[in-house]
Design a protein around this ligand. Structure first.
Ligand code: ZN
Length: 240
């Protein structure tokens, strides 16, 4: 465990006072570690090249890419990384900021997907509304395998579904080569075997197999980079 976390995390939730203290001190550290030059490049406008739809989960960060300067990702987040509840914000990134990448980023152990697999009738109406939408991507789950395996597969199914929705919405841009839609899983439990914290590419413009993605002529300049990428897919028992 990191020293900072060890010193601060007591195992119980912080009080509001402690929370404000953490925010103030955390931001002071952030400011101290940077110069005004770090901000000058984007003081007038932002320059993202990725519109990223991710889950709200606090374990997921665009910092996993280590992009500098810090304005490279136009980030939209909601529970279960879903297109529908945030379609307007996503449109802004793809059609106004014209980012060449739309990234749907799911993640291991997604609590929203887990909730959608169970009974969430006691949650608020708004939460029920957002979780109900996850029933569509999960409809291929036959409930036969161990829960944990189904959970991780459903996370994948959800990413595929959101990519499919995005393809319907932005097909013209994909077809004219100005947009690539990427589905990936942020794997912080090393379920895919590429290492903890790896971004595993599972879907590119609707292509879902490594062979398909590598053989595609859609993005010819990417061939060499894709050979280095972690492209993979968990398989259901029926596929194994
Ligand atoms: Zn999640």
């Amino acid at each position: 465990m990191l020293k900072w976390l060890k010193d601060h995390w007591t195992g119980t939730q912080l009080t509001p006072e402690q929370g404000i203290e953490e925010i103030v001190l955390g931001n002071s550290r952030f400011v101290c570690e940077r110069t005004k030059e770090d901000f000058e490049g984007y003081s007038g406008e932002q320059h993202p090249f990725v519109t990223m739809l991710a889950c709200c989960d606090s374990r997921v960060h665009n910092m996993v890419f280590g992009f500098e300067p810090m304005d490279r990702v136009f980030e939209i987040r909601n529970i279960g990384n879903q297109l529908r509840p945030s379609a307007g914000s996503i449109d802004y990134g793809v059609t106004n900021l014209k980012t060449p990448i739309f990234l749907v980023l799911g993640h291991s152990n997604c609590g929203a997907v887990k909730a959608a697999m169970g009974d969430f009738s006691n949650e608020t109406m708004e939460m029920i509304d957002e979780l109900c939408d996850l029933h569509l991507p999960l409809r291929a789950d036959d409930g036969k395998d161990a829960f944990d395996n189904r959970w991780q597969l459903n996370i994948q199914r959800n990413v595929d579904y959101q990519v499919m929705q995005a393809l319907r919405r932005y097909r013209d841009r994909v077809e004219n080569g100005s947009l690539a839609i990427v589905g990936a899983v942020y794997d912080f439990i090393n379920k895919y075997g590429y290492g903890h914290g790896r971004i595993v590419l599972i879907n590119l413009n609707g292509m879902v197999s490594r062979e398909q993605i590598l053989a595609s002529e859609a993005l010819p300049r990417l061939k060499e980079v894709l050979k280095e990428a972690c492209i993979g897919r968990l398989k259901s028992p029926a596929q194994q």
